[in-house]
Every structure is written in structure tokens, then in C-alpha cells.
Design a protein around this ligand. Structure first.
Ligand code: AMP
Length: 406
């Protein structure tokens, strides 16, 4: 079904056309009519499915024309995601006269205060800074008609739920509420019961499985050889851009420095960096100036950078669901991506938890002609290509070529 049959306003349709989209994605097909009807929604979709447009387009249609007060509020867990959603609102809404502003911490208050006082139709915000503005009397939410909680499970992980609840309490009871979350743990279920009314659940694809467009594999290695193996993987891989995840901020800085010393154009993104540094990294990575970005899980949710051909987990993620989110940063919107995860002996249990979570075994790979030291990480018996083999005996790495179809 084409976009034009979904009930979107002509101006929203022009925005879709200008974005170059020809057909709605499955979540857009399902969600747009429901949102247009004004129903509450619980949405879970795999990353890179077009979720943002699925809620932004009908919101633009419903709001119709500019009024000088906030009528739609979108809450997101990270500053980067807030900025990305606001950009999408501006892009899709460029033919409307609706106004949007983005509110997050780490930057000055002046521009935000001016925008809020002037009154924008759509506010996209992270919870902490928005609460500050509310306490200072800059932001009023008493005319909000549409509330969107994006990446709700991540907001829970980051400890934002009490702030989120405080914000919701200031919104009118009579409103449309949408909640997007990859998983629905009990706390989010509680939030849904409290904040949503007769929601429709829209679930696209298996909630727990990695995107079908991403091939992923584990690389067991001794701890002492981890960095060496990373360099070898980078050398043998024909990548466009690599997003590399480290467990800690300190670890991310260390890898960043080492890769920089070796002549890679590399950026780093984590929450200890100033907002200016974070923007410098992300913008440079987006426009292709950096070939590698080293990040913590702050970058694992929702970030949409077109050029990411490979995700490398330098450290195995602590939470199984973060594995799915991290590797979902590649293979977005039908492109194909690869994800490599380095695995040391201490990671064996975490990897098993990930495999239980995604309901599949992940192939173990070894690099040809790499001077491997022995590690317990080689010991696990895993099925590869249908038969059970010892991970250590599988030697398969030819062709790391880019497998991208656009
Ligand atoms: P999202 O899941 O919202 O982060 O979107 C992932 C990517 O898909 C973004 O780069 C969007 O620009 C792109 N996208 C969204 N909707 C469509 C569509 N209908 N056709 C093609 N690409 C789309």
C-alpha cells in the first residue's frame, strides 16, 4: 500500500516524498492508521525499521498547523537520540508550519529557554533537562495532546523512570500516549498500565532477534591478544565505517587513543565527554570524516548512521538485549551489515545469556594465520553450519568483504 492511502496530510506526504521514501515499512503500515485514529500505542519493533517516521508522520498530520504552545512531547533516553528525532521532525515536517525544539543537558539554557517561552508545537527532550526547565517555569505541558515515550526500556535502565513519571504527571490526563520499547520488563508494564489507556500493541518482527540484515559472529581470543586481534580484524575487513563498543568510558578512551596513534581517523562517544565533544564525534562520524567511532552503550539505542558497515563489540555487552541493540546499528533500512564480537574467557557466561536471549547460537570464528594463544574461550562446543564442532577447530575467515545491498 502506498503512503498516500494511509490518511496522512498532503504536507506530511510531501515530506515523505522529499525524504525519498517510496513505500511504507511494516511498522509504518501498522502504526500510522492507529496513531491517526488517536489511539494509545505500545510499539515494539526491531531497530532500523522506520519507527521514527511511524509516529512523526501521523503526529504532523494530527497537529496540522502551528499554535504557540507545546502539543506534542517526545521523551528519549539520550541526547543523541533526542537530536536525531528532532531532525526527523524537521525533515518530515518541512512543508508544514509546525515548530519543534530539542531540549537536553550539557549545553546552555538560553536557546532552549527562548524556544520554550516562545512556544513550539513539538518538544523532543531528555527527562532531566526538561524537568529543570519545568521547575524554572520555562516549560509548560498542560496543553500536551500527544505524549511519546521512545526507547522506554533504555530510560528505565538509565534510572529515568521517576523523572518520566514526574513529567507525565504534568501532562493533561486527556491525551494520546505512545510508548516504544524493545522489551517490556515489569517496570515498563507498570508504566504502561499507569500512563496508557486501552493501548493497541504493535509488534513487528521478533522482539528479541537481531535484524535479519546483519550477519554476526564471535571471535574467541585470549585477553592479552584482544587489541592485537582487533587491529587484525580491521586490517582484513573492507569496511565503510565501524562502530566499536567498549564496556567502560575509560576503556573507550584507551582504545580511541591507541587507534588514533595507529593512524585511524577515529572518534569517541561516551557520557564523560562534553556535549561539544559528543556532537563533534557524532557529526564527524555521520558525515564520514571518521571511519571508526568508539562508544559505550550510550550509542547502542536507535542511532541511525547510514555508513556503518560493521559493528565491533570489543567487549561483550553486559545485558543480553544490548547485544541486539548494538548490532542493530548496522544493517539499517535494508542495508546489510556485519557484527564481530570479541570474546575472552570471562565472557563465556555472558555470551551464553545472549544466545539464550536471542534464541540462537552465534558462530565462533578464528582468523587464519593469527598467532593465537590458548584460552578457555575456545572450549565451548557450538554448532556451526548445522553440525557440532569445537569452536577452536573452526578456521574460517576468508572474505570479510562488504556485503551491502542498497
Ligand atoms: P528508524 O528505525 O526510525 O531509526 O529509521 C531507520 C532508517 O530508515 C532511517 O534512516 C530512515 O530514514 C529510514 N526510513 C524510514 N522510513 C523509510 C521508508 N518508508 N523507506 C525507506 N527508508 C525509510
Amino acid at each position: 500500500m502506498p503512503f498516500s492511502k494511509l490518511g496522512l496530510s498532503p504536507k506530511a506526504l510531501e515530506g515523505v516524498k522529499a525524504a525519498g521514501y517510496t513505500e511504507p515499512t511494516p511498522i509504518q503500515l501498522r502504526a500510522i492508521p492507529v496513531v491517526l485514529r488517536g489511539a494509545d500505542v505500545i510499539g515494539s519493533a526491531q531497530t532500523g525499521t522506520g519507527k521514527t517516521a511511524a509516529f512523526v508522520l501521523p503526529v504532523l498530520t494530527r497537529l496540522e498547523t502551528h499554535k504557540p504552545f507545546a502539543r506534542c512531547l517526545v521523551l528519549t533516553p539520550t541526547r543523541e537520540l533526542a537530536a536525531q528525532v528532532e531532525t526527523a521532525v524537521r525533515d518530515y515536517g518541512r512543508f508544514t508550519n509546525l515548530t519543534a525544539t530539542v531540549i537536553f543537558g550539557g549545553v546552555g539554557y538560553n536557546r532552549q529557554t527562548e524556544d520554550l517561552r516562545r512556544g513550539c508545537d513539538i518538544i523532543v527532550a531528555t527527562p532531566g533537562r526538561l524537568l529543570d526547565h519545568m521547575q524554572q517555569g520555562n516549560a509548560r505541558l498542560d496543553r500536551v495532546e500527544i505524549l511519546i515515550l521512545d526507547e522506554a526500556d533504555r530510560m528505565l535502565d538509565m534510572g529515568f523512570l521517576p523523572d518520566v513519571r514526574r513529567i507525565i504527571e504534568k501532562c493533561p490526563r486527556q491525551r494520546q500516549t505512545m510508548l516504544f520499547s524493545a522489551t517490556i520488563p515489569p517496570e515498563i508494564e507498570g508504566l504502561c498500565k499507569w500512563a496508557l489507556r486501552n493501548p493497541e500493541t504493535i509488534e513487528i518482527g521478533a522482539r528479541r532477534s537481531p535484524a535479519a540484515t546483519v550477519t554476526h559472529a564471535l571471535y574467541p581470543v585470549a585477553d592479552a591478544q584482544k587489541y592485537e586481534l582487533l587491529c587484525e580484524l580491521l586490517k582484513r575487513t573492507n569496511f565503510d565505517q565501524v562502530l566499536l563498543f567498549a564496556r567502560t568510558r575509560h576503556g573507550a578512551d584507551r582504545i580511541h587513543q591507541r587507534l588514533q596513534r595507529e593512524g585511524h581517523s577515529v572518534a569517541v562517544l561516551h557520557s564523560d565527554r562534553t556535549q561539544q565533544e559528543r556532537e563533534h564525534s557524532l557529526n564527524g562520524f555521520r558525515n564520514g570524516r571518521f571511519e571508526i567511532m568508539v562508544a559505550t552503550d550510550i550509542a547502542s539505542r536507535g542511532l541511525d548512521v547510514e555508513g556503518i558497515s560493521h559493528v565491533i563489540n570489543y567487549d561483550v555487552p553486559q545485558h543480553p538485549e544490548d547485544y541486539v541493540h548494538r548490532i542493530g546499528r548496522t544493517g539499517r533500512a535494508q542495508a546489510v551489515g556485519d557484527a564481530f564480537t570479541l570474546m575472552v574467557a570471562e565472557d563465556v557466561e555472558h555470551v551464553q545469556a545472549i544466545e539464550r536471549f536471542i534464541g540462537q547460537k552465534i558462530a565462533r570464528m578464528k582468523l587464519d594465520n593469527f598467532p593465537y594463544l590458548y584460552t578457555r574461550a575456545f572450549e565451548a562446543v557450538v554448532p556451526i553450519r548445522g553440525k557440532l564442532v569445537r569452536a577452536g577447530s573452526t578456521v574460517s575467515t576468508s572474505g570479510f568483504g562488504r556485503r551491502r545491498r542498497r
